[in-house]
Design a protein around this ligand. Sequence first.
Ligand code: Q46
Ligand code: ZN
Length: 290
Amino acid sequence: MKCECGREAIERVGGRYYCKECYSKRYLSLVERSIRKYGILKRGEKVLAAISGGKDSVAMIAALKELEDKLGIKLEALHINLGIGEYSRKSEEVSRKVCEELDVPLHVVYLSEYGFTIGDVKRKACSVCGNAKRYIMNRFAREEGFDVIATGHCAEDIVANVLKNLYSGNFEWSEKLLPRIEGYFKFVSKAKPLYEIGEKENLLFVLSKGITFLPDECPKAPDPKWKELVYEIEKKIPGFKKGVLRSLVRREKVESELKSCKICGEPTSAEICQFCRNVKKFGKVRKIPL
Ligand code: Q46
Ligand code: ZN
């Protein structure tokens, strides 16, 4: 099959065949559009991209490197060696190689410097690990003067977290699910440049660019059933992922920007509330009998 440009196609996406070059262009424009739409990164920011060596974080750092001038950011990378045996050794090796290929300055921090490793943790390793990563990323970024930490969370990660929260009875809306969290107190801002991008799109991007990545899964990775569930739902309800992500962002707007409707004074996120807009649109001068 041929791409529209005449070159050999590698994949069919959204009903169109793409070659490597056209696919990379499409991917970069999707990432850029999403960064601008949600204000994920801001001009002039010094960005610390957290990289594990897996396809998602490698796709993120490669895309940010290509968009660095356009977005007006300054990019550096951080790899945390978690001490999970052979997996961590390979992760560090790949992260070093990727940053060398992309010419991105890399910092490496060893969790063992703090006196333990994730390899030592027998139960609930992921929750200890997640906490350690957040702690080290934030402390390192703040102490080294970075404005924002970028992580490679993709669309499926976020939607799977929403489902997990529902399952465990956590109905509270969490700002952790947003594309950007502004820093406060001693917390540095956090950004998810791949918020709307799927993991298959990330994989295709690193493959079409020929960038090194680590295909191995962390040996402590939990059951992948939540992500599989996201794929199952998406099959039955196309657009489900996007719908969830967009409603998370809308929800934040409603919570943070409530004002009084200019007509009736009831709370609304717009100048005029939806009810008053409906009254204007559908209303006839007809009084409801009391
Ligand atoms: S590295 Fe750490 Fe992950 Fe491995 S121990 Fe769990 S949280 S799975 S992204
Ligand atoms: Zn093409």
